[in-house]
Design a protein around this ligand. Structure first.
Ligand code: NAP
Length: 251
């Protein structure tokens, strides 16, 4: 078993996940750059100055998840930090279609159930599957941390307020998948309360990435800040919380 802390970041071949991987390496961790394409993962890992290793991991593929857990156990013998970052916002945004147009065609009354299932498969069930596969390793770590990368657009409290600016795009696909992820976060935190493993949800904020066609207003450095902070909290740190870089968010 190696001495250095080991972190796994899912969907780390681009965007906020890649920046989280860079930041954790800069903090001295060995980072596994999860990527559904091994080649893209290897290319991303090469851009990181330090101990970053590509790991093939498709969060919707049972065999891929099991093989990743086995490889971590065999090659590193430990896992201290799990960042569930991988997500998709849709499967079928047409070229030129705006988020508002997509939202209108994905209301509860007209959304394709296949679209809901596909997005939830990655954003919700994928997280749960990776959690289950990695938990035996995390339980063996002296101080383990789990961060689920969520979004403020999934907050039921905020969306209940008519003044919330993103309320008009709250729908069953991406926003509700993040609501469900928040529920999973709390369930995981409650399950692990007595173990010292801390589980928190972090919202990166509206960040310029492929997920939103680079329309975000923040840099990936800003987006990575809260997930990285929560990955590195000490024994007195919180569990079962939802926050962004400015502080707590309502569930
Ligand atoms: P991104 O640049 O599109 O990155 C998403 C990553 O997830 C990519 O590496 C993608 O891999 C990966 N991924 C998708 N499906 C996967 C699967 N089945 N298995 C493994 N990896 C998969 O988006 P991002 O903005 O950095 O998003 C990172 C996280 O931040 C997400 O959880 C997102 O919901 C959250 N978030 C983002 C914003 C924002 O404004 N950007 C705001 C709030 C929350 P490929 O390269 O293979 O597609």
């Amino acid at each position: 078993m190696q001495d250095k802390l080991v972190a796994l970041v899912t969907g780390a071949n681009q965007g906020i996940g890649l920046q989280i991987a860079k930041d954790l390496v800069a903090h001295g961790l060995t980072v596994l750059v999860g990527s559904r394409s091994l080649e893209r993962g290897e290319a991303a890992a090469r851009t990181i100055d330090g101990d970053a290793r590509a790991l093939q991991l498709d969060v919707t593929d049972k065999a891929s998840i099991a093989a990743a857990a086995e490889r971590i156990r065999k090659e590193l013998g430990r896992l201290d930090v799990l960042i569930n970052n991988a997500a998709i916002s849709n499967t079928r945004l047409r070229p030129g279609e705006t988020i508002e147009e997509y939202a209108k065609s994905t209301l509860p009354s007209n959304v394709s159930l296949d679209e809901v299932r596909a997005v939830w498969e990655t954003n919700v069930f994928g997280v749960l599957a990776v959690y289950q596969a990695m938990l035996p390793l995390l339980r063996e770590a002296p101080v383990a941390r789990i961060v689920n990368v969520s979004s403020g657009v999934g907050s039921l409290t905020r969306n209940s307020d008519p003044a919330f600016p993103y309320r008009s795009i709250f729908g069953p696909v991406y926003p509700a998948s993040k609501t469900a992820l928040n529920a999973m976060t709390l369930a995981m935190a409650i399950e692990l309360e007595s173990t010292g493993i801390k589980v928190n949800a972090a919202c990166p904020g509206f960040t310029k990435t492929n997920l939103n066609n680079y329309t975000g207003t923040q840099t990936v450095e800003e987006g990575a800040r809260e997930p990285v902070r929560l990955a590195l909290i000490g024994p007195d740190g919180p569990t079962g919380t939802f926050s962004n870089k400015d502080g707590p968010l309502p569930w």
